[in-house]
Structures are given as structure tokens and as C-alpha cells.
Design a protein around this ligand. Structure first.
Ligand code: ADP
Ligand code: MG
Length: 493
């Protein structure tokens, strides 16, 4: 709530969608209340217009109708839940949103049910305009909420109950919860989920459970429709790269009370496209959305699992350990540069919600893993300290990936450090992941690519996909531009 430029209430009455005279909790005076297309304005009856207060509908996440506490009270109460951004000492908005509740009392009739009917009309009208039109479909049915009880520090279930569930309830979002029982459980759930019943999937975990959901959806006969289900992301793991990247992209905070702000984002969300990555190894096919790791970052990710209790700090501790015994990895890295002139991917997917069984998405930039890469590809051979492929702007809440990467730029970014880089340069590379300066070192090479192949020469080692370990060996893949959907938010004006 804030004072804005005074406007004549009378001139705006004609533009109002609804207007009424209501009481306001905490005030004895009756107020004139106007519902406009982007805000609610109210002021005490007869007061100067400079007393007008404004509630931007962008800040309102929910509205409910209630009865008073006694039977003698015939008013109906219209309760608004709002989470405006805080203000700094200079008055400029901060990133952090604070809860506030405004209650109007509707009492023009002496009969409670008549007042309640009026309150319902207001509620319907506010609900109809407080969310963008683009969000209608995913708010139309029940949301499936999946939780990884073992993600991060193992607190995701409680965090959901205490900090996320109440916000979804204020926003009147209908949801069902499934707690993951073991690795692979949620892949199976996503493969079978009734998409006529559930209009969105909310994932409370780190990146691992998102990977499970995407792979479950992509292995359905109706994958083309299924993968368009908007995914809501609540950070509940130690690596929450996608959630952080989504928040960064729409200008919402992910460094202050991330779960609360992620829940708020869901209540105001619109689905936005997300690039996916098709991957193949000699033994399997999969889909990723975040990263492929080979070398020191992958080692740290997996070897620091034992420090899980530390949360994100586990990556720093693991990094120091790895530096002491710095390893080199021998092999070949090949890629199709983004600017190479190859025919654009003939996408086999489209925006229609087809339910029929379709062939897999076209992966026409790839040749079989057993064949040499096409001549348009660039090949780098030798020893590496690290090879990393990232699709998003962040690799975690405190680690930057590719600062300029967009969720749907149709590109993935390879960056690598060759053998021969001094330990001090590797240390700076790891430390600078926190600031985004890791790409500025003379020892770090980088390419924006549309397809790639990694061929390690050793038999054993660590290879990660979206932070999860997979079988070591050759792997190749290509970007599937804008194939997925995540819930984001229109940036606040
Ligand atoms: P973190 O970011 O802490 O690693 P993730 O959500 O990424 O957390 O999950 C880590 C791993 O746990 C993923 O491979 C995920 O598939 C797996 N997993 C999912 N459900 C369970 C479960 N019930 N018990 C153990 N592991 C699980
Ligand atoms: Mg991308």
C-alpha cells in the first residue's frame, strides 16, 4: 500500500469495474473502494483525494470471503493477501516481499447472505484480473506437488508445510502432494500423471527431482503435450540452479528467503519456454535442462555428497579437497558452434496440445556416437581440468553459470579449462563461479553451441547430467529449443 498521485475519486468511479462503500479493519470510517483494472483504490468517505490508498493487483496473491466471529455480525469480510516489495530508507523498492492483509467489511445489507453475495462478486472480479491471462490454463485445475524428502539438508517436507503450503492456500490453489519414496519414483509418477486432472507440477527439491520429472514426461507417448505442463520450482535441495535462474530472469530475489519468494512467484506465475537438451550415451537416452559436467566441477558435485548436511557450502569444501589432488582428464570435446551455418532444427514439436503418440523430437544435428562428428564441428583434443556445459544463468543460488544465458535462447554454453593451467588459476576459476568472473580467466575457453560430444579416454571417472552422476563414457547431445515450460513471472513494472 502506498500513497500515489492523488486522483479524483469521482472521475475514476466511472472507470471502475466495481465500487462500494465498505468498512476497513483498523479504521472506524466507511471507505469508498474502487476496483480498477490494475489496482484497488480506497479512501475514507468524504476525505480529500490525497488520502487515497492504492493496492496494485500485481501484489495481490489471493482474496477470500469470510464471516465475522459472532452471529450478530451480518457483515461479509473480503480479505486480500498482498506481498508488496519492501521499501529502502530512500523509498525505493527492495527485492524482499512482505506479507500484508487488508480486510474490507461489506455491510450494506442487514442480511449476511446478501453481503456475502456481494463479497463473492468482488472476489470473482479481483481473481479474474489479479493474474495474467497467460496463466489461466495452469490455474484451471489441480497442481501436483512433488517433494524430495532427502534433497539438500532433508528439510523439504517441513519447509513445504510451514512456508509454501500456507501461501498456496492464501492464493486458493488446489494441490495434491506426493513425497518421493526413492530415486526414480517421481519419474514414474510423471510418466503416468493424468494431465487432464493436473494442470501443473510443482517440484520441491534440488535440480535432481526436476530432472526426474522432465525425463518422466519425455518418455510418455504424448510427450509433446506432457512436456508443456508448466513446472513450478521451489528450492529444496543443495543445488537449486534452475529455480535461481528463473528468479534471476524475472527479477525476483533468490537470496532472501528463497522458498517464500518462490512460492509467491507460483501464485502469480505465467508459463515461459525452457530449452531442454537431448542426450545420448552408448547405453541410454535422456533429457537435461541444466548441465553436463566432466572434470573438477563434476567431481566436486559428486564427491561432496557426503557433506550434504552443509547445504550449498558442501561445494566449497569439496572444491578445496579436489584442488589439493588436482586431476587431469584426457579426451576429446567436439561441438557445433552456435553461429555455424547448418539448417535450423526441423522441430517435430509444436504448440498444439496434441495427445496422439508422436515420434521423438528431431535430433538432426547429431550423427551416431560411433561415427566421427560432422566436419562443421570444432574438435578440441587433449588434457582437461574441467569441461562443463551449462544452459542457464546460474549453477546454484551462489554460483553463476553463464550470466547472459536465457531460459529459451536455444543455446548451451561449453566452458573448459585445459590441462596445464596452474593450480592458482584453477582455484580462481572455482572461487569466481560465485561472482560470474570464472569466464574471464585466460585459462577458460568458451563456446555457445547447439550440439556437442564428450569422449573421455579413461575408463573410469565422474560424468554428471544436471548434477546427477551417470555412467562414464562418451556422451553427445543437442539443444531442443523452448521444448519445456517453467512457471515464471512477468517482471514487476
Ligand atoms: P540435492 O540438490 O540436494 O542434490 P535433489 O533434489 O537434486 O537434491 O535430489 C538428489 C537426488 O535424490 C536426485 O537424484 C533425486 O532423484 C533423488 N531422490 C528422489 N527421491 C528420493 C528419495 N525419496 N530418497 C533418496 N533420494 C531421492
Ligand atoms: Mg539455453
Amino acid at each position: 500500500m502506498e500513497h500515489r498521485n492523488p486522483v479524483s475519486a469521482t472521475s475514476e468511479t466511472s472507470e471502475a469495474i466495481l465500487c462500494g462503500n465498505f468498512s476497513l479493519s483498523g479504521s472506524r470510517k466507511l471507505h469508498e473502494v474502487l476496483l480498477l483494472t490494475a489496482c484497488i483504490k480506497y479512501l475514507p468517505l468524504g476525505a480529500r483525494t490525497s488520502k487515497t490508498k492504492v493496492i496494485p493487483l500485481d501484489d495481490v496473491i489471493g482474496v477470500q470471503c469470510m464471516k465475522g466471529s459472532t452471529n450478530a455480525d451480518t457483515k461479509a469480510y473480503l480479505t486480500l493477501y498482498l506481498y508488496p516489495r519492501g521499501r529502502s530508507l530512500t523509498g525505493s523498492p527492495t527485492a524482499v516481499r512482505h506479507r500484508s492483509v487488508v480486510v474490507f467489511g461489506l455491510g450494506s445489507s442487514h442480511v449476511f447472505t446478501e453481503n456475502l453475495e456481494t463479497a463473492h462478486v468482488w472476489r470473482q472480479a479481483i481473481r479474474g484480473i489479479m493474474r495474467p491471462i497467460a496463466s489461466r490454463r495452469h490455474f484451471s485445475a489441480v497442481w501436483m506437488v512433488v517433494i524430495n524428502p532427502s534433497g539438500g539438508q532433508g528439510k523439504a517436507v517441513r519447509m513445504f508445510q510451514e512456508r509454501v503450503g500456507p501461501i498456496l492456500a492464501e492464493a486458493d490453489i488446489a494441490f495434491e502432494v506426493v513425497v518421493s519414496e526413492k530415486l526414480g519414483h517421481i519419474t514414474g509418477l510423471a510418466r503416468k500423471l493424468d494431465l487432464d486432472k493436473y494442470s501443473a507440477i510443482v517440484i520441491i527439491s534440488g535440480d535432481g527431482l526436476i530432472h526426474e520429472v522432465i525425463n518422466g514426461l519425455m518418455t510418455r507417448p504424448d510427450w509433446n503435450r506432457a512436456i508443456q505442463t508448466p513446472l513450478g520450482l521451489i528450492p529444496g535441495g543443495s543445488g537449486n540452479a534452475l529455480a535461481a535462474s528463473v528468479h534471476e530472469a524475472c527479477g525476483e530475489t533468490f537470496t532472501h528467503d528463497f522458498p517464500k519468494h518462490a512460492a509467491l512467484l507460483l501464485t502469480k506465475s505465467i508459463p515461459v519456454p525452457l530449452d531442454l537438451i537431448y542426450l545420448e550415451t552408448p547405453s541410454e537416452e535422456r533429457y537435461a535442462f541444466l548441465s553436463i559436467g566432466w572434470g573438477i566441477i563434476a567431481d566436486i558435485d559428486i564427491e561432496s555428497e557426503k557433506f550434504r548436511v552443509l547445504g550449498e557450502t558442501r561445494f566449497t569444501v569439496g572444491g578445496l579437497q579436489r584442488l589439493v589432488g588436482l586431476r587431469l582428464y584426457n579426451g576429446t570435446l567436439s561441438y557445433l558452434p552456435a553461429d555455424a551455418s547448418t539448417p535450423a532444427t526441423t522441430a517435430l514439436y509444436d504448440d498444439s496440445l496434441s495427445t496422439q503418440s508422436l515420434p521423438k523430437p528431431a535430433t538432426d544435428l547429431l550423427v551416431p556416437l560411433s561415427s566421427p562428428v560432422p566436419t562443421s564441428w570444432t574438435v578440441v583434443d587433449g588434457d582437461f581440468v574441467s569441461v562443463y556445459l551449462a544452459s542457464t544463468s546460474r549453477l546454484g543460488v551462489s554460483n553463476v553459470g553463464i550470466p547472459w544465458a536465457k531460459l529459451d535462447d536455444g543455446l548451451v554454453y561449453l566452458f573448459w579449462v585445459r590441462g596445464g593451467a596452474p593450480k592458482s588459476a584453477v582455484a580462481s576459476f572455482l572461487l569466481n563461479l560465485g561472482s560470474g568472473d570464472h569466464l574471464k580467466s585466460q585459462y577458460v575457453e568458451m563456446a555457445a553451441v547447439r550440439a556437442f560430444r564428450l569422449e573421455p579416454r579413461e575408463k573410469d571417472g565422474i560424468l554428471t547430467v544436471d548434477g546427477e552422476r551417470i555412467q562414464y563414457g562418451p556422451i553427445q547431445g543437442q539443444v531442443l529449443p523452448s521444448l519445456g515450460r517453467v512457471m515464471s513471472r512477468q517482471p514487476t513494472a
